[in-house]
Design a protein. Structure first.
Length: 310
């Protein structure tokens, strides 16, 4: 489908990739570059929210996760320009953008690059969490987000997960374990599920969850506090199950980056205290009272909470 690849700001959309990419609170708010596309165009192309889209221009090709939104005009798409080779497998979006300059003003032609967009089928999904950062091998589509004690990667494989020794080799490439280290592993080839935990010096060094179905992946956020911590023998099975510590509440994915407020905490407060507006939530949890970029998402959460069951 002919379209335009815009790499600047579109209306009120902001993306919080900092210059260094080393501020976990900001990176968690928008953890990866996405392709904003009008829902009508996404439906026509068979692009679901969170699915992968291939963008082709005369300058190059890249793959981004799709984000259908009515804030994007029909016939155009938008991609942020901030991510680099160190944080996304696709590298800078500028590689696929025309480098033409206006002969008078010298302004770059960033917002008028003709592009074709199509859906990409995913073969598997993965969540490696490890203490070290850096690029991954080009074995799948990946993005990297700093967290408090390490780095979280989001993976999408475009070819089926391998088996046997090839699967172990893939896990090694993704986790980059230190030597010596101890591996804990659980695999279900019939369901295409793999879970690996790496323990070094009796501390959790890395984990990997991979599955054909993204719904089979646990929430990696529950293991963030355990990264780099001592792993008691009794807790090893819980690592592979993706379960949090018994003394740790699961607040869910972070919604408000300014005050580190998670989805589950927001929903719990809205239901328990019968909050009706984002302003009331701000009084209770401070969510949405900082930069304000999470307010549209908070409003969506309130609509879901208020929606009748059934």
């Amino acid at each position: 489908m002919p379209s335009l690849l815009n790499t600047g700001r579109v209306r009120d959309q902001w993306h919080t990739m900092t210059r260094t990419g080393q501020v976990p609170a900001l990176m968690a708010h928008t953890p990866e570059p996405v392709l904003s596309i009008n829902p009508a165009g996404a439906a026509r192309l068979g692009l679901a929210a969170g699915g992968l889209a291939r963008i082709e221009t005369a300058e190059g090709t890249l793959v981004l996760r799709a984000e259908p939104t009515h804030a994007q005009r029909r016939g155009e798409v938008f991609a942020p320009m901030h991510w680099t080779d160190q944080f996304a497998q696709c590298g800078p979006v500028a590689r696929a953008v025309a480098a033409r300059l206006d002969p008078v003003s010298g302004q770059p032609d960033l917002k008028a690059t003709p592009a074709r967009v199509g859906a990409v089928e995913a073969a598997w999904h993965g969540l490696p969490l490890r203490r070290r950062g850096g690029r991954l091998a080009d074995v799948c589509h990946w993005t990297r987000t700093p967290v408090d004690a390490g780095q979280l990667y989001h993976l999408t494989g475009l070819r089926p997960l391998p088996r046997g020794g090839d699967l172990a080799h893939l896990a090694g490439l993704l986790l980059d374990p230190p030597e010596p280290s101890e591996w804990l592993e659980a695999a279900d080839p019939a369901r295409g599920v793999l879970r690996v935990a790496v323990v070094a010096d009796n501390r959790l060094d890395a984990v990997l969850f991979a599955a054909r179905d993204a719904q089979a992946l646990p929430a990696a956020e529950v293991l963030f506090p355990l990264l780099g911590e001592t792993v008691p023998d009794a807790a090893r099975c819980a690592l592979l199950a993706g379960r949090p510590r018994t003394d740790m509440a699961d607040e869910g994915p972070r919604v408000c980056a300014c005050f580190s407020v998670g989805l589950n905490a927001i929903r719990h407060a809205a239901i328990t205290h019968r909050l009706r507006t984002v302003a009331e939530l701000g009084d209770a949890l401070r969510a949405g009272t900082g930069c304000g970029s999470c307010v549209p998402e908070l409003e969506r959460i309130f609509r879901d909470v208020r929606a009748p069951a059934g």
